[in-house]
Write a protein that binds this ligand. Structure first.
Ligand code: ZN
Length: 101
């Protein structure tokens, strides 16, 4: 581990957007639009929970920002576009839990 991480913290729920998120581009697939790396390869994540958008079927969606760890491209996508994690819960499908205020 030669390089310092510059005090990097995985502060995904910080109210303040990180600098890298400001130049993020909207990814239509839920992966890096430049190199195709998955969110698992992101070096940082920020979730914009402050300004959720209400969808026509009364569900909230919000932007999830990812800073690609492969090509350093910042990108974002709607959390509602996130594909279900394979193998996690076949039975339950998408849990409709609302971890609320
Ligand atoms: Zn990338």
């Amino acid at each position: 581990m030669g390089k310092a991480l510059l005090g990097f913290t995985m502060d995904a729920f910080s109210p303040v957007p990180p600098a890298w998120a400001e130049s993020a581009t909207h990814a239509l697939q839920f992966c890096c639009p430049r190199c195709g790396a998955s969110t698992a390869q992101a070096q940082a994540v920020w979730i914009n929970r402050r300004t959720p958008v209400y969808t026509p079927n009364h569900r909230r969606k919000w932007q999830e920002f990812y800073h690609c760890g492969e090509c350093q491209t910042p990108w974002w996508a709607w959390n509602s576009d996130r594909p279900p994690t394979p193998g996690l819960s076949d039975e339950h499908g998408e849990a409709d839990e609302d971890e609320d205020v």
